[in-house]
Design a binder for this molecule. Sequence first.
Ligand SMILES: Nc1ncnc2c1ncn2[C@@H]1O[C@H](COP(=O)(O)OP(=O)(O)OP(=O)(O)O)[C@@H](O)[C@H]1O
Ligand SMILES: [Mg+2]
Length: 615
Amino acid sequence: MSATTETPRMATGASVYDPEHKSAGAFEPELLRRLWGYVRPYRRYVVASLALLLVTQAAGLGLFFLLRHAFDVHIEPAQFEGYTTVLAGLLAISVVEYLARRRQVWLLDLAGQNALLDLRRDLFRHLQRLSSSFFDRTPIGKLVGRVTSDIEALQEMFSSGVVTILGDFVLIVALVVFLLVLDAELALVSFLIIPGLLGATIWARRRVRKAYQTMTSRRSRMNAFLHEHVAGMALVQAFGREQIAKDEYGSINAEMRDAQLDAVTWESFLSAATDMLSAFTTALITWYGARLILGDVLLGARPDLTLGTLFLFVFWMQRFFQPLTDLSLKYTVMQSAMTAAERIFRLMDVHEFISEPTEAVELPAARGEVVFDDVRFAYGQGEPVLHGISFRVRPGEKVAIVGATGSGKSTLQKLLTRLYDVRSGAIRLDGLDARQYPIAELRRRVGVVLQDVFLFEGTVLDNLRLGHPEISEADAIAAADRLGLDRIVKRFARGYREPVSERGKNFSSGERQLISFARALAVAPPVLVLDEATSNVDTETEELLQSALKELIRGRTALVIAHRLSTIRDADRILVLDGGRLVEEGRHEQLLKRGGRYRELYDLQYRDQADAATS
Ligand SMILES: Nc1ncnc2c1ncn2[C@@H]1O[C@H](COP(=O)(O)OP(=O)(O)OP(=O)(O)O)[C@@H](O)[C@H]1O
Ligand SMILES: [Mg+2]
């Protein structure tokens, strides 16, 4: 099986996914095809909606013919016998039109919303499968933008566009034919206006489109900025960056407004111009028709032309303009929807996954042996971070990993759980290459406590059982109690059900660490890789954490990326990393005596801890 995580698609490198990419037209067949894939399961709603659209249009036609009848037979000759029946007919048709339209819009939305639900779900699932290297180089704000604002753009397309855009087309063509049949002369006169209308529309449409593109990219920049600054607000405040951030946000914001105003300018031009042309055409026909009916020297007389027909014409011309206006407005909606769809599908086309093993192999019994065999690694296209690391951890052994910051300690952890894959060499768990374990199984066998503790919104208990609904509440609580978390939890009003806010920011860093210990213990993995957090906590919490750590790693293989002297001293063996190389290994006293890299580290980092402990 392949040693890398990269599928052939990735071969072209990081340029494959560019979140800002935009090039879609309003009706990109490929994009429409893929979108249709999501609508397809709900196509019966679409079909029903289309059928109702026909009913609506037919009712509209019926309404006008009945109106003409009212004019020619009743109003003009002042003949009101049977007029009530006509009025009743008008009323009945209006009600039918209302009901059909209501249902039609609703059905279409039903299909659209369901399709979007599926798309959002797929997108999220896709994001979850992407490997860490993808997230390293893609701003979170932009990814969140895909799932929120891009989906929203599609939403707008469904609730205002697709099928009705088709309906508009049909209606326009039908009206042209009807008007010609009804009265060719009047029709041709009124069509005079069309070239001007089309010209203005196309011209303004181009500008609207440009403005929309600018707007989308500026919005995503604004979102990314906002996301980063809200997430890092404490830092912004601590470093007094408020003014700078405010100015920067202000200018991004102003650019956003300008782009938006630009779009609004052209859009308002478009709808105002169509309205004006519509009024102009109405005036033209009324004038022209009136001359014909009255008999004009130049135009001649048309005795066949009735007032009803003229009335009908004026009405229909308005009906003709409305879909035309709609069409140009919907076009812009369609355009941003296509841009959004393209970006969504581009993201879905990123196949940067950590690959599951292609063939099933028999898994060894879990004993907890970990072997690193000449492991080399680099992040992305960057410099190598690990240069051939080899070591073996026996089942049940407690190994401390020490090294200066940036020496590659956390990287070892990420490789062992396959957040990234090694570039060369191998990591073996109980004799089997880590890449031959199904990923879920590997992550069951190797538990982690990360350096940056991350808690999710919910309760303490939810966080203890994170992703493992099979762990009963009682077991989770028992694990937490064993670590002494009960001593902290009893201070909370709601105990283990104390709410945790986003990222766990309502907890102290010591509390968060304890929770993350308990979370790992609840899963009870045979191997545990623990990245000790470097945060300072008070002596009492420190003691609690130390004893919790001992309890946590008892009876299992443990690799502890250690920052505490006590952890290092208790370890069976210490691995000393320096610049991505394993430079020393042994026990604390041995290494101290040797006077090598460990001694240096000790003097620089751990001495103080030792002094503090003895004083
Ligand atoms: N996601 C990443 N993308 C690119 N480079 C990275 C990434 N994570 C770490 N690195 C680089 O890899 C090197 C090793 O990082 P690592 O996190 O393993 O250090 P560490 O030994 O855990 O340090 P610390 O003690 O500060 O936690 C560093 O030079 C770091 O800049
Ligand atoms: Mg680290």
